[in-house]
Design a protein around this ligand. Structure first.
Ligand code: ADP
Length: 471
């Protein structure tokens, strides 16, 4: 079974969110399960600097208006074979999707259509290796199944994974011919989405199979509230849609081996977790209050994540002595609200605006609980890191959060609340505080959490079964 796995970000080279983590781990897990898998990546500078033995497979010019496109085959540092679409005019940029001030690159439709076309046509270019299945991720890969379908029957099968249905890649209908697509695909059943071209919509309409990253999200996106306009199409294609939970990369997120933290630990040595807490509080100039927990947030600061609810809930928690360590960036209003709380409560609130992978590890090991109050959450990785680190997640019951965190007296692994309101979050945080005051009960929940196993191998097996069903 030969699989071509397309990704527009990949940890540790280029990452803006969970997709980067998935692309950095799932292909390796699939290889361990016996799949003959190769990656397909855009030629961002960080990718070109890290590949070895690049070999030209095909010069592609003219290609979507450019004459500098070359398809390379190379090795990643971990030994995995990758194809790279090297096209400096498209990919030699500081950030994969948008400018420094957060505006989408104006030619994103061309950048990612080219990426899809090159992947779809790989089976025509590389005489040594042709994929049986091409697996695309998110809207950036949405045109891959369209180009494949236009090639006719004797072609690889396609899988599209939805990591977040809220990002759809919508472009004006006028660019259709720039994408090398015929007018015949601009239909309700095809690439058209309310008068525009929808890259994700196109992928979901043409893919042979569709997956998303948790069983609950697979159900939620077939509904009006979270389907973002694609729920009708997904209900129609529900037989082709499955939810497969993401795993976590245990080589990166493992408290027993994590090199970023001051003291390694496992569930038999939870005392060492306290050393990480001490070090973190010292580093961030926070005062320790043994009676109340330290809460952490590691997140993009966007509407989806529900952190505006936390801003409202925090004062009551601060009054009783809880502390907060926030790491994130995004929405400026939210950033400023958190910064103001840090100014007002300097010994209890630390806010770091930015993206800092190492600090994220120190926080995960150092805080007692991690808050993820998302309005929706396709899978979510942070709560799974929390479980692995004995850092109890406080989550809203949605998507992958609902699938991974248990809130029960005996088997509990964290705290779950239902309504997306500040009051519901506050109640959950107060419940967390009161359990924290009972050390033995808290320890049981930590041990339950750390006993959960979210490694990639069982998810990889499910993907393999799916690929096999398409062959
Ligand atoms: P999403 O993909 O929606 O952002 P996930 O929970 O699936 O949410 O994945 C987020 C990933 O990004 C996690 O690996 C998390 O640790 C990381 N992350 C988010 N914000 C930051 C930040 N400011 N600094 C470091 N890592 C971050």
């Amino acid at each position: 079974m030969k699989i071509l796995f397309m990704a527009t970000e990949i940890y540790p080279f280029v990452k803006t969110g969970g997709l980067g983590d998935v692309a950095g781990a799932l292909p390796q897990a699939l290889a361990k399960e016996g799949a003959d898998i190769r990656l397909f990546l855009p030629g961002y500078p960080e990718i070109l600097q890290n590949i070895s033995k690049p070999k030209i497979i095909r010069k592609l010019s003219p290609f979507f208006g450019r004459d500098d496109a070359v398809l390379l085959k190379a090795k990643l540092p971990d030994g995995m074979t990758t194809y790279v679409l090297d096209c400096p005019g498209f990919y030699d940029r500081k950030s994969p999707y948008c400018t420094n001030d957060g505006k989408d690159w104006k030619d994103n439709h061309l950048r990612f259509a080219a990426f899809c076309r090159a992947a779809a046509d790989l089976y025509l270019y590389d005489s040594e290796w042709q994929p049986d299945v091409i697996h695309g991720n998110d809207w950036q890969c949405g045109l891959m199944p369209v180009y494949l379908n236009l090639r006719g029957h004797d072609r690889p099968a396609s899988v599209m994974t939805i990591h977040n249905i809220a990002y759809q890649g919508l472009f004006p209908a006028s660019v259709l011919s720039d994408l090398n697509l015929p007018d015949t695909v601009f239909t309700h059943e095809g690439v058209e989405f309310y008068g525009k071209i929808g890259f994700l919509k196109a992928g979901l309409a043409y893919a042979d199979a569709i997956t998303t990253v948790s069983p609950t999200y697979a159900i939620e996106i077939q509904g009006n509230e979270l389907g973002c306009g694609l729920d009708g199409l997904l209900r129609k294609r529900s037989q082709q849609l499955t939810g497969i939970l993401n795993g976590i990369d245990e080589e990166v997120w493992n408290p027993y081996t994590d090199e970023n933290i001051v003291a390694n630990y496992d569930s038999n040595a939870l005392k060492s977790k306290a050393k990480n807490k001490k070090a973190l509080l010292k580093e961030l100039n926070l005062t320790e209050n043994k009676k109340q927990p330290v809460f952490g947030v590691i997140s993009r600061l966007v509407q989806q994540k529900g952190l505006d609810l936390l801003v409202q809930a925090m004062p009551e928690l601060l009054k009783i002595g809880a502390s907060f360590v926030i790491l994130g960036s995004g929405d400026k209003i939210l950033e400023n609200q958190f910064l103001k709380l840090a100014t007002d409560w300097p010994s209890q609130v630390s806010v770091t605006i930015g993206y800092d992978e190492k600090l994220a590890h120190r926080i995960m090991a150092g805080v007692d609980a991690v808050i993820i109050p998302s309005r929706f959450e396709p899978c979510g990785l942070v709560q799974m890191y929390g479980l692995a680190y004995g850092t109890l997640p406080v989550v809203r019951r949605t998507g992958g959060l609902a699938d991974t965190v248990i809130d029960e007296p005996e088997a509990g692994t964290g705290f779950v609340f239902d309504e997306p309101t500040a009051a519901a979050l506050e109640t959950a945080l107060l419940r967390t505080c009161s359990l924290f005051q009972s050390a033995p009960l808290w320890k049981v929940r930590q041990e339950n959490a750390m006993a959960k196993n979210f490694n990639w191998s069982s998810s990889a097996q499910k993907y393999l079964n799916l690929y096999n069903s398409l062959k």
